[in-house]
Ligand binder design. Structure first.
Ligand code: GLU
Length: 478
């Protein structure tokens, strides 16, 4: 049996985003599930569209996510040739020449203007999908010695069916009559995508190809090349779209800044969480749970369970998954992680002790959904709230009595710590015969100047005696 080998083949036209991460992950999971190889190949022959920094972004973000290639241009296996298309242009020319020799391809000398003219004529004749008119094939004898610039075109067989057994969609049949002779080598000697991809998948002995559904219309062109070369084609699977909550294709154009992986990193998402979440876009495991480690996903991955309908990008679920992964961290790892997301322009952490800061950060370990969210919470500890909600207190009878009694006790406290504060609150409740909101709210608002916050005794302890007493005085004087 053929070794399982899958590839992720980005064109360096942009940075790693959710869509191509999903493609990379499906290929990765499939390969690793079957103990095969996962290859990264750079498809960079469309020079005008290449973007600086795109290759680095792909590798850097994949590394971060833990999608590690067994082979790539950084880790090449010489048996399989180059892993970047721009480095193997000669190879495509060699195959193109073979195709020309066997009359499966031909030189086309038509200029842009001539092509446009022919297209226009066809449109005028009500031909809805104009094709290349084969002028240069029909004229090939006369054009033999022509030394003008030329493209190489593949000669599409007439009226032939091509079929794939798509892993996701099942049997898909394409008819060649809808397809015109397409360019495989441009006049500058550079191979086009549909041609290079076939040569590479063959050279690299790729067994399965999982890619976005936008490539399904390319597949018959690729099958034609496999056929005439007498090469076995890989097994294809075309992944369904990822859509947002409005059922629109997820893209950077939909105004979604949360499209690029780098943005998730910046905001403090964990690689485990993104790996977990994106891995489940497009298929569902048998088990009805949501949290899976990379190792578990490799184990349970099941290519028979792909969904035929678009996968919904559920942002709420992603945030939940991330919060679960944050909770799973050891306290030490959590602190190391979260401290990086503190906005130093707002909060001067150099002025506070590490211990104190760590205690504050720990209060939110179970609460933050992603790193930078910590800043919404740190307000409480670093900035005095100018808009105290006194109206909340005014609805509570005797709130001043509670606050005054609490202040008196705090002032005389010898050891100001969480346990003593807790016991003061409890005994106060009993003595004054109040509980719940009526007890906690006056204490919380007056001590911390906020009606929100984590566990009361903990917060008061971290505020410190002096600050709490000052806050209470401030409130009583209002
Ligand atoms: N380079 C193509 C892309 O970035 C991938 C094509 C393929 O997987 O066959 O969309």
């Amino acid at each position: 049996m053929k070794k399982v080998r899958l590839r992720y083949a980005p064109s360096p036209t942009g940075f790693l985003h959710i869509g191509n991460t999903r493609t990379a992950l499906m290929n990765y999971l499939f390969a690793k599930h079957y103990k095969g190889d996962f290859i990264v190949r750079i498809e960079d022959t469309d020079f005008d569209r290449n973007v600086d920094g795109a290759i680095e972004s792909q590798f850097d973000n994949m590394d971060w996510l833990g999608i590690i290639a067994d082979e790539s241009f950084l880790k090449p296996n010489p048996n399989y040739g180059e892993y970047m298309q721009s480095r193997k242009l000669e190879r495509y020319i060699e195959i193109a020449n073979q195709l020309i020799e066997k009359n499966y391809a031909y030189k086309c000398f038509c200029t842009k203007e001539e092509l446009e003219e022919s297209r226009q004529t066809q449109l005028d004749q009500n031909i809805l999908a104009p094709k290349y008119d084969r002028k240069c094939w029909n004229d090939r004898e006369n054009l033999k010695d022509c030394n003008k610039e030329y493209n190489v075109r593949f000669k599409v067989p007439d009226n032939k069916e091509f079929k794939i057994n798509d892993i996701i969609r099942g049997e898909v049949i394409f008819s060649s009559k809808d397809i015109g002779d397409f360019v495989i080598l441009k006049s500058n000697g550079v191979a086009t995508y549909n041609f290079a991809v076939v040569v590479d998948d063959k050279d690299m002995e790729i067994s399965h190809v999982l890619r976005g559904e936008e490539h399904i219309s390319n597949t018959p062109r690729q099958l034609m090349i496999y056929e005439v070369m007498n090469w076995e084609s890989p097994i294809f699977g075309h992944l369904t779209l990822i859509v947002d909550e409005n059922k629109k294709k997820l893209s950077k154009r939909s105004g979604n800044e949360m499209f690029f992986i780098s943005e998730y990193r910046r905001q403090g998402y964990l690689p485990e969480a993104i790996f977990n979440f994106v891995s489940l876009l497009g298929w569902s495991p048998k088990e009805e749970r949501e949290l899976f480690s990379k190792k578990e996903l490799v184990n349970i991955f099941d290519d028979n369970r792909f969904s035929k309908s678009p996968s919904m990008f559920d942002f709420v679920k992603l945030k939940w998954i991330n919060s679960q992964w944050i909770k799973k961290m050891s306290d030490e790892d959590y602190l190391k992680f979260i401290i990086n997301f503190i906005d130093n322009n707002r909060f001067d952490i150099s002025k506070v002790s590490r211990d104190w800061l760590y205690n504050v950060l720990m209060l939110y370990k179970k609460e933050v959904e992603f790193g930078i969210q910590i800043n919404d919470h740190l307000n409480l500890f670093f900035e005095d709230n100018k808009d105290v909600r006194l109206d909340i207190l005014s609805s509570i009878d005797n709130w001043k009595d509670v606050v005054i009694a609490f202040k008196d006790r705090i002032e005389t406290l010898n050891t100001f710590d969480e346990i003593s504060i807790k016991s003061i609150i409890t005994s106060l409740g009993k003595e004054l015969d109040i509980k719940g909101m009526n007890l906690y709210m006056p204490i919380r608002v007056s001590s911390t100047l906020s009606e929100h916050g984590p566990e009361l005794a903990k917060v008061i302890n971290l505020f410190g005696k002096e600050k709490v007493i000052n806050n209470i005085k401030y409130i009583l004087d209002m």
